[in-house]
Ligand binder design. Structure first.
Ligand SMILES: *Cc1c(COP(=O)(O)O)cnc(C)c1O
Length: 355
């Protein structure tokens, strides 16, 4: 039976992935040197493609690392000397704050509840150098609207704004004018194998790194922003990177550009509408996030009242694999991914089967 992975990461692979893998083997991509011109070309095309897809300004740099968790760590090391501020909406945000504390930073956290409608009253301590936000919290389906992030940045323009867009990219329409650091890994919205992270960095974030280095702060070793930046300018990475996955990302991005990001976003909205409407009208189940504006279009989390395992087993029988709840909510929630690799028809069939 053919399986469709509606899990939130790793997830269903991008439809054209196997074709790109095939071509990668035929073209000896796993054997090419990461210092050679062929790799530099792949690096260049991938970053240029991503720039187009996500409207990333020319003066921002794009780095390749190993994962999103690594991106959290590198962001703190390279852009926060003493104090970080974290908006928490679930487990990934907590992980980011914990990691900053483990690196010896003072962390200030502010937890948003799942009935949040806005947070205009939120005050950020003068000491905080960086605001860390999980824009799409995959553990809870908590979506912070980009407009709220803009409002916050307008109130605190001097602070660095860092966002985790792992499970919302490429759907999330981010205005990078208000963002200093954004990162993601590729096994979610891009439908690729895990093991590659991408960090998008503003000139202001790089200035902050320089300032920390001048003050004698250790900003990391081989993957500090300064080294990533110096190598990146030559279309290279400090270490031997995941060349195969960068190659695959390049090809998936090219395909997405052909489809068009507007169409991807529109299709995502349509699938999300179907999913939310169905569960909103369900007699027993509840949507976990209460305010519609803060419900994730790409990560749908449903409180199924202890029926998580039963429902997931039922769906697995016809090949639809959905995620369990995260952590303590394992038995009470299901999580359904809505990424570009997921088709409207499969969403409809799945919902029909549940009812
Ligand atoms: C999956 C996920 C991560 C972690 O990604 P890795 O690639 O495993 O490091 C971080 N943040 C969010 C929001 C995620 O969904």
């Amino acid at each position: 039976m053919k399986k469709i992975y509606f899990t939130v990461g790793p997830s269903q692979v991008y439809p054209t992935l196997y074709k790109h893998m095939d071509r990668a083997i035929k073209n000896n991509i796993p054997s090419i040197s990461h210092r050679g011109s062929e790799f530099k070309q792949i690096f260049k095309e991938t970053t240029e493609g991503l720039r187009k897809l996500l409207s990333i300004p020319e003066n921002f740099q794009i780095f390749f690392v190993s994962s999103a968790l690594e991106s959290m760590e590198r962001t703190i090391q390279s852009c926060c000397g003493k104090t970080s501020f974290h908006i928490i909406t679930g487990s990934f945000g907590k992980t980011w704050a914990k990691l900053a504390a483990e690196l010896g930073r003072k962390t200030i956290t502010y937890e948003l509840k799942n009935d949040t409608a806005a947070f205009p009253e939120l005050k950020i301590s003068a000491k905080a150098e960086i605001i860390c936000i999980t824009q799409n919290e995959t553990s809870t389906g908590f979506w912070i609207p980009p407009s709220e992030i803009i409002k916050l940045k307008e109130r605190y323009p001097e602070k660095l704004m860092a966002i985790d867009i792992v499970s919302s990219v490429p759907y999330a329409d981010i205005d990078f004018k208000y963002i200093d650091i954004a990162f993601f890994s590729v096994q979610k919205g891009f439908g690729l194998p895990a093991g590659l992270g991408v960090i998008i960095v503003s000139p202001k974030a790089l200035e902050k790194t320089e300032e920390l280095i001048r003050k004698g702060v250790v900003t990391g070793s081989y993957h500090c922003f300064k080294k990533l930046s110096e190598k990146g300018e030559k279309f290279q990475t400090p270490e031997t990177p995941n060349v195969l996955n960068i190659y695959l990302l390049n090809n998936v991005i090219k395909h997405m550009l052909k489809v068009g990001v507007d169409k991807i976003r529109k299709d995502t909205d349509e699938k999300a509408k179907n999913l939310y409407k169905f569960f909103e009208n369900h007699t027993k189940y509840d949507l976990f996030i209460k305010h519609p504006g803060f419900r994730s279009p790409t990560t749908i989390v449903i409180d199924v009242k202890g029926e998580s395992e039963k429902l997931r087993k039922k769906l697995a029988k016809i090949g639809y694999i959905v995620g369990a709840g995260y952590g303590d909510n394992k038995l009470n929630h299901i999580r359904i991914a809505n990424f570009p690799a997921h088709k409207l028809n499969d969403v409809k069939l799945m919902l029909k089967y549940i009812s």
